[in-house]
Design a protein around this ligand. Structure first.
Ligand code: HEM
Length: 209
């Protein structure tokens, strides 16, 4: 197991840079470095990339606890907050791309769109639910909320399902990818249920959502 010092000095900074790469790749393509480009529909490319990574980081965050248990990697939990915050960051950027670049802040169209297009409603609900998790991710909030913090952070289960549902609903023909996400999320959630049933009360005592 790496020491706290190694995690703080090397692993966390490396992970921070790694998680920023999808955003940087969009910036590189936007600027046109090395001949890269955002293609014929840059707004769609930016929005889709940010949405994809938002969902990936949500699922990776959800996977931290099972992987910790399966491979006895207790130190992984120290990286979970950063992964969760990156999930929030990418989803927020995905939303802002839609709001500003796609809708042009045209509120008369935005509000009905959120209410009337079910896949947007679901995505928006997921984003709203992510906000309290991001706001309470600090050590101070963790201490202040005590046991309620764990209960609140279990919202990540619902958020992941909403994120997959949102993805599933917006694909036009091939549903393979969203169904793969669904399968992964169900395994990660199913494992938690199985663990809770094997040791009743364990999931409540557990420090991890
Ligand atoms: C947890 C929240 C969310 C997640 C995980 C998420 C994820 C995704 C993913 C994976 C896609 C498919 C990208 C692709 O086709 O490659 C997508 C598409 C889309 N999302 Fe989200 N999203 C979320 C929230 C939102 C919100 C809040 C909005 C706006 C209110 C939004 C608007 C859209 C739109 C308009 C598309 C379709 C883009 C297109 O036509 O290519 N999403 N989202």
């Amino acid at each position: 197991m790496p020491s706290t010092l190694v995690i703080r000095r090397f692993i966390k900074p490396a992970l921070f840079v790694l998680c920023a790469l999808p955003l940087l790749s969009l910036v590189w393509a936007g600027i046109g470095i090395g001949g890269a480009s955002l293609g014929a529909n840059p707004v769609e490319r930016i929005q889709d990339t940010l949405g994809q990574w938002g969902l990936r980081f949500l699922v990776i965050t959800l996977a931290v606890t099972p992987i910790r248990d399966w491979f006895d990697m207790t130190w992984l939990v120290q990286l979970r907050r950063m992964l969760g915050l990156y999930a929030f960051f990418y989803v927020l950027m995905h939303f802002l791309t839609w709001l500003i670049l796609d809708q042009g802040l045209y509120w008369a169209g935005i509000l009905p769109d959120i209410a009337k297009r079910p896949f947007i409603t679901i995505g928006f609900a997921a984003l709203l639910l992510l906000i309290p998790l991001a706001v309470t991710s600090t050590n101070k909030m963790m201490r202040r909320l005590g046991r309620r913090w764990k209960t609140l952070h279990r919202l990540i289960y619902l958020i992941c399902l909403l994120g997959v549902w949102h993805y599933y609903w917006q694909v036009k023909s091939d549903t393979t990818e969203p169904l793969i996400y669904l399968a992964i999320v169900l395994v990660l959630l199913g494992w938690r249920v199985w663990k809770a049933q094997r040791a009743p009360g364990a999931i409540l005592r557990n420090t991890t959502p």
